[in-house]
Design a protein around this ligand. Structure first.
Ligand SMILES: [Zn+2]
Length: 68
């Protein structure tokens, strides 16, 4: 499997969390995380319902790194 390579001249910067193409962000475990989601994760408390959502996304990211 593996992610399909789309586009020839530029690296796809589609955020793993919001699944939108963004200009600014960071690459984490080979996946793109936009600056908005990165900040949201940092600012989310562990008891916030959204935190579980982000953690799940990040786990997916880490898992794909392990299996790639
Ligand atoms: Zn995002």
């Amino acid at each position: 499997m593996g992610a399909p390579v789309i586009g020839k001249n530029r690296r796809e910067k589609v955020c793993l969390v919001c699944e939108q193409e963004k200009e600014k962000g960071i690459f984490l475990f080979g996946h793109f995380l936009c600056i908005d989601c990165n900040q949201a994760i940092v600012q989310t408390n562990t008891d916030d319902p959204n935190y579980a959502f982000y953690v799940q996304k990040l786990r997916k990211m880490v898992a794909s790194k392990i299996y790639s």
